[in-house]
Design a protein around this ligand. Sequence first.
Ligand code: BJW
Length: 256
Amino acid sequence: MTALELDPAVVDVARAARRVVVFSGAGMSAESGVPTFRDAQTGLWERFDPTELATPEAWDRDSALVWAWYQWRTGLVRRVAPHAGHRAVAEWADRTRMTVVTQNVDDLHERAGSPTHTVAHLHGSLFAPRCRDCGAPFPSDGGVDVEPTGPLSPPECSSCRGQVRPGVVWFGESLPDDAWTRATAAAEDCDLMVVVGTSAMVYPAAGLPLRAARTGAAIVEINPEATGLSEHVHHTWRTTAAVGLPALVAAIGAAQ
Ligand code: BJW
């Protein structure tokens, strides 16, 4: 069912839910000023070619180009702030068992107050670079403040002198075991999954809502646009993350 207003049935389901998963994608952070990937005109893939920037092959071809792009995105995320939707998710976690499963490589859920141990980052983090060779973590310098006009050499690992790479998951790479295990366990054990701001096109993450539905969870989608998932979920609310999530959490509170 698709709705333009908050459906009272969604409030009832959310109020009754004891184990909740918020499954977020790039649209979750859009109103903080972080570009999505696939939105027409504003998405990153409108300006940049993913095969040149978000694959291990791209890194092997031109690591300085890829590093510069991620340094720009890291700086951009560092300078923005979480919005009311991120804060509403954190507030909801005070009242129920909550897991935030995010495809986002930003830290806005955590900065809004979601406890780190409740957030599973399926596609890694901009703030966790690591050595490509030995895997040792490398401290993030927070990226750069202006979009680089040319390549930037990645730093050298302080343990083995290998190349440091962004701590994100590129196409063709496996998801981090720990995050994936936590995400699938939470999906299969929740009463409610709120899917917010994802086009649900990238697997295996995109399979999580149907996995949750198969084990009996209600699935609510918050997204201003239709996605491939929309016709398979119980409720679709055509609104944005910064509008929908605070309204939903307030309605649950008001109903209690
Ligand atoms: C709002 C809003 C607002 C706007 N409020 N909403 C064929 C079938 C199945 C799988 C594959 C296949 N061919 C290849 C694969 C595998 C591949 C894949 O899925 N490819 C697809 C493109 C088909 N997957 C992988 O490679 C994954 N690994 C893997 O599968 O390993 C095993 C394997 C290896 C080799 C072959 C096969 C299997 C890894 C995927 C890694 C994804 N990495 C990226 C980049 C991360 C680093 C970085 O940030 O640079 O992750 S790609 C990019 O897409 C990023 C995102 O996390 C991910 C998902 O995007 P998301 O979040 O959904 O954003 P958008 O932009 O797509 O959507 C935004 C949505 O928000 C829209 O719906 C808007 O309407 C909405 N919105 N404003 C609420 N205010």
